[in-house]
Design a binder for this molecule. Structure first.
Ligand code: SAM
Length: 414
């Protein structure tokens, strides 16, 4: 089917598309130009394996390829994530754009709408099957080149780019992206290995440092190839791992039996209303704790089975470890008549030999955030070239990667 027209299904698909855009408008971050592009591009034509209703579900990704173990390898990201990242990127008409992670080609088609007839989009994917599929879906789109390769190296033949958008989770801001960026350009990248995945819009300043101009919270399929994850995880669980802390510094041996201690639950009486609030809190905790124990965790399949019984936690999220104890952030509806998206009160659940002390310390920290810092500007993420000495960084290091040292700086300018 020709993806540029949407084929025979376009009548009902058009209603679904309009409804999707209306839902996204309610989220408050749908730029008008992005809304126009989303109304124009027939998303269902890029994911013909699902019904149009599933293609236009605003908060659902459509997975198009999985590994033998069932892990998602390629997908059309959920429309709200696509809209949020395009809002961060917002390429001007005439811009030259590189997208890393072609996937279905849907986002490349939206980018082509945004840059218009005088702009160009290069989209790269490392998976030859995915490249073929995206080329077929985008056939007839003169403004989009679909190329095969490892996006961690960018795509030098079409550089420089005014905007580089990465649609797979990255563990570094790869040097090639910075080298291929035009002066005044922007890189939008989902950074992983932070307590939660964050899509960060960076601009490069005259001192060579990339500074975030916007951050949002969203999860992504990780980059494969040269940008694939490195670093350790600590497994917790006596007979078999029930959860993993994603931090090479976590002491797996000391933490192994932490779950055998009864959980300690401490409510904070601090309420978070919305995604910007969560994002602010995560950034501030990063600025306070940095890589000294702050990490993300997830349950193993066995842990998921035991969730109700021995592991009373959500599927994954923000955790803090210290010696033989760890704690994770949880929440409950702040009001009895709450509906989805209502304000949530924060709490910590801690396990281990020092669980009470750790939970108390974290509750005090969140209360401190609530007493003032949460009303100040959102902390900023910076990426400094590898080798930058500590005393030139400013802010606390949260990721020390081969190409960049990534820091979080609180109390930025108003
Ligand atoms: C979430 S999907 C991208 C969604 C896509 N932008 C769309 O609109 O459908 C992530 C993609 O990144 C690709 N990918 C993973 N590692 C990569 C790498 N090193 N270089 C280029 N692409 C990569 C995967 O094959 C997958 O297609």
């Amino acid at each position: 089917m020709d993806a540029t027209t949407g084929g025979a299904r376009s009548a009902s698909a058009e209603d679904l598309r309009t409804a999707m855009v209306e839902r996204l408008r309610g989220s408050g971050f749908l730029s008008e130009r992005v809304a126009t592009a989303m109304l124009e591009v027939p998303r269902h034509a890029y994911v013909p394996e699902v019904e149009p209703a599933a293609a236009y579900a605003p908060f659902e990704a459509v997975v198009i390829k999985r590994s033998a173990e069932g892990a998602a390898l390629s997908s059309a990201s959920a429309p709200w994530v696509v809209a949020r990242m395009l809002h961060q990127a917002l390429p001007a008409p005439g811009a030259r754009v590189l997208e890393v992670g072609a996937g279905t080609g849907y986002n490349a088609a939206l980018l082509a709408e945004l840059v218009g007839p005088t702009g160009s989009v290069t989209t790269i994917d490392h998976d030859p099957e995915v490249v073929d599929r995206a080329r077929r879906a985008l056939a007839g789109h003169g403004r989009v080149a679909v190329v095969h390769g490892d996006g961690a190296y960018g795509y030098a033949p079409h550089a420089p780019y005014d905007m580089i958008t990465v649609t797979a989770g990255a563990y570094d801001v790869h040097r090639a992206w910075v080298e291929q960026l035009a002066p005044g350009g922007r890189i939008v990248v989902p950074l992983q290995c932070l307590p939660w995945h964050m899509t960060v819009a960076f601009e490069r300043e005259d001192d060579g440092v990339l500074r975030s101009v916007d951050t949002a919270t969203a999860g992504f399929i990780p980059l494969a190839g040269a940008g694939a994850p490195t670093g350790g995880t600590a497994c917790i669980g006596l007979e078999e791992p029930l959860l993993r802390l994603h931090d090479a510094k976590a002491d797996g041996a000391a933490l192994r039996d932490a779950l055998e201690y009864p959980p300690v639950l401490r409510w904070t009486e601090v309420v978070v209303e919305d995604e910007p609030g969560w994002n602010h809190l995560y950034l501030w905790l990063m600025a306070e704790i940095g890589d000294q124990g702050l990490c993300k965790f997830n349950l193993t399949p066995r842990g998921q089975e035991e969730r109700a019984a021995r592991v009373p936690m959500e599927w994954g999220g923000l955790a803090v470890h210290c010696g033989g104890s760890f704690a994770y952030l949880t929440n409950r509806a702040a009001a009895s008549d709450a509906t989805a998206g209502s304000p949530l009160e924060l709490a910590f659940i801690a396990h281990g030999s020092e669980s009470g002390e750790l939970a108390d310390r974290l509750v005090a920290l969140v209360r401190r955030w609530n007493d003032g810092p949460r009303f100040r500007p959102r902390p900023r993420i910076e990426a400094h070239p590898a080798g930058t000495p500590d005393d030139c960084l400013g802010g606390r290091v949260v990721l020390d990667r081969p190409d960049h040292r990534i820091t979080v700086v609180a109390d930025g300018p108003v």
